[in-house]
Design a protein around this ligand. Structure first.
Ligand code: M6R
Length: 613
């Protein structure tokens, strides 16, 4: 985790770094720091101030001297070493000339540190990252240029890194490199930037380039050049970016989460745009798998984490029903270590909003190693997932800043259902008019999500009445089950209340023992196949004193007798319901969190993109 930024050749170095760090806070925010470098001088400021670290760093930097054209900055999510100023980046070498920032984990740092200490190096932090500064120092002492020194140092490390290094004895140069952790480079006339992610430099750079694994880039005011770890020149892939800064800001809402909840109809519409050719064929954004291969798929495995995993669970129902192929949905952090079976005809679908979640990237890499074809579903053009997949469907949800995923979920479900329909089309498991009707229905969902959003005030009112509750069970059947998991995840990560998602039919196999007065059961009851069974499950929890909140369709007249509170949503085709039903659950979690005074955009202990295992 962590966000990194760097600039060289700027007349506005400090503001560039501080603004960029503020936009990278979603990657971690427990401490922050910058280093400004000019010939013979390195100026550093670091601060650990919880969720307000970047803000506090700004205040600290009011004392910064002017006239520095280059600098690097870091916002941290602690892995090794407590979130304290001493462990905040940048880290310096023994001379104080070399400054480094790092996102990732240096797995062999203990052994490297022991060797470095035995050669007289003094360490000032408890991080894994500091070894990089001292390794570079040793290579520089041999007379190597900074780029070569970084290359030589990286040959010694194991693990993941997006790293940037500066040296006051070779000022006006930043050397950056990547393995696994994300890194991009940006250029503008006379200025060159690096960052973990595009929004950090969106309004400053005019061209953007992706750095691949084991590539090293030397940035100077005049531009950049790149080499691989063997020292051979490489070309960086230019990214086409059509975001404006407005997208990266709150757009008049109190917080990003509120903005992003409201953007859901648009996220679904954009994701579905131009998906069908005139002849009715459904298309992906990038396709390096033949129709023949897709037609012959024998088994689908979906790998994802968190909310993306819940979207994957919804997709299982759609793919099995429409395309008649068996689907397993795996937690990506479990997949690669389980010695997974990949038989001929296995299609692996990696789902990740960021496209950088390390567990999911490693899972698809493992699947590829074992011979699977991989489809990536990502919100970020040119992300690691997109680049490493054989085919890509982008969720065009726009930038999602809030740590809690909302619009990404509905866009992922829409994209995965497009994929399910394409498989059904190729395998001829649905007649063309059914594919047509379902595709049209899918296009209609954005409107239904919009109507669900109009009921916000009522959901907020229900949340207000339940503010004193501490235990929540979210239950559902069929696709109502992954929707329940998502509702529970939203509530726990935002409000820090205990919330669990369960298949409604599973309650009586254990969890029913926990149901008593004071416990709230939130039930997703919109799935018309199993409605009666859901009503029986509600009667069971009601009889044991639970308070029942039901998500029910507008025309459901049976629910009022069993539920204490009803959150109404428009009815839709059962497999589309998660996109509509999740809306009141998101608003409920948001309102509970706000009522409890939580920071909804930046819940404690979490970061937007999880780039460590
Ligand atoms: O970027 P990804 O979709 O791969 O992220 C996966 C999870 O880390 C993410 O969905 C996480 O669970 C969110 N905080 C949920 O709101």
């Amino acid at each position: 985790m962590c966000g990194i930024i760097g600039v060289v050749g700027s007349s506005d170095t400090l503001a560039t770094l501080l603004e960029g760090l503020a936009r990278l806070e979603y990657r971690g925010y427990d401490s922050a720091g910058i280093a400004l470098v000019r010939p013979g001088e390195t100026w550093r400021a670091r601060i650990a101030s919880g969720t307000e670290s970047v803000q506090a760093l700004k205040v600290e930097c009011e004392l910064a001297p002017s006239g520095f054209a280059s600098g690097i900055g870091h916002t941290r999510w602690a892995t090794h070493g407590a979130p304290e100023a001493i462990n905040a980046h940048p880290h310096l070498d023994c001379s104080g000339n070399i400054a480094i920032i790092h996102n990732g984990i240096i797995e062999n740092h203990t052994e490297l540190q022991e060797q470095l200490e035995s050669r007289g190096h003094l360490f000032n932090s408890l991080t894994d990252s500091e070894v990089l500064a001292h390794l570079i120092e040793e290579s520089r002492a041999k007379g190597l240029e900074l780029m070569e020194a970084v290359r030589e140092s990286l040959l010694l490390v194991r693990g993941a890194f997006a790293v940037a290094a500066m040296d006051a004895t070779e000022a006006d140069v930043i050397v950056a490199a990547r393995r696994i952790s994300p890194l991009i480079v940006g250029t503008a006339p006379g200025v060159t930037y690096l960052a973990s992610d595009i929004p950090a430099i969106l309004d400053r750079a005019t061209a953007f380039y992706a750095v691949n694994d084991d590539e090293i880039v030397r940035l100077g005011p005049e531009g950049f050049r790149a080499i691989d770890l063997e020292g051979s020149p490489v070309r960086l892939h230019q990214l086409s970016i059509d975001w404006d800064l407005e997208t990266a800001e709150k757009g008049g809402h109190e917080d990003f989460m509120s903005k992003e909840i409201n953007e859901q109809p648009e996220a679904i519409r954009a994701t579905l745009l131009d998906r069908r050719r005139k002849d009715g064929t459904i298309t992906f954004d990038e396709m390096r798998i033949s129709d023949e291969e897709l037609r012959e798929v024998k088994r689908v495995v979906i790998v994802a984490a968190g909310t993306s995993h819940h979207a994957g669970q919804v997709a299982k129902y759609a793919i099995e029903r429409w395309a008649k192929v068996g689907v397993d949905v795996d937690i990506s952090s479990e997949y690669r270590y389980r010695d997974p079976i990949v038989e001929v005809g296995t299609l692996v679908i990696g789902v990740s909003q960021s496209g950088e979640t390390i567990d999911t990237i490693q899972a698809i890499r493992e699947a590829k190693r074992r011979g699977a074809r991989v489809v990536g579903v990502s919100n970020i053009v040119g992300s690691s997932l997109a680049r490493e997949s054989d085919a890509v469907i982008y969720t065009r949800a726009g930038l999602e800043v809030s740590v809690a995923s909302t619009k990404a979920f509905v866009a992922q479900v829409a994209a995965l259902e497009v994929l399910a329909l394409r498989l059904a089309q190729l395998r001829e498991t649905l007649p063309p008019h059914d594919v047509d009707a379902l595709f049209k229905g899918l296009n209609h969902v954005a409107k239904q999500v919009g109507r669900a959003l109009e009921r916000r005030a009522h959901v907020e009112d229900v949340a207000k009445q339940l503010l004193g509750s501490r235990d929540f069970f979210f239950i559902g059947r069929h696709v109502g089950f992954p929707t329940s998991l998502e509702g529970a995840l939203k509530l726990k990560e935002l409000s820090y209340l205990h919330a669990e998602g369960y298949p409604a039919g599973e309650l009586k196999h254990g969890p029913l023992a926990l149901i008593e007065p004071g416990v709230v059961v939130v039930a997703v009851t919109t799935d018309l196949f199993l409605h009666e069974k859901m009503l029986s499950n509600l009667a069971e929890v009601k009889a044991r004193g639970a308070t029942v909140v039901a998500v029910a369709t507008d025309d459901d007249e049976t629910i009022d007798a069993l539920a204490d509170y009803v959150l109404r949503v428009p009815a839709t085709e059962p497999l589309f319901t998660p996109m509509v039903d999740v809306v009141p659950l998101q608003i409920f979690a948001y309102a509970m969190a706000k009522g409890l005074g939580r920071n909804v955009d930046r819940p404690r202990n979490l970061a937007k993109t999880v780039t460590v295992e």
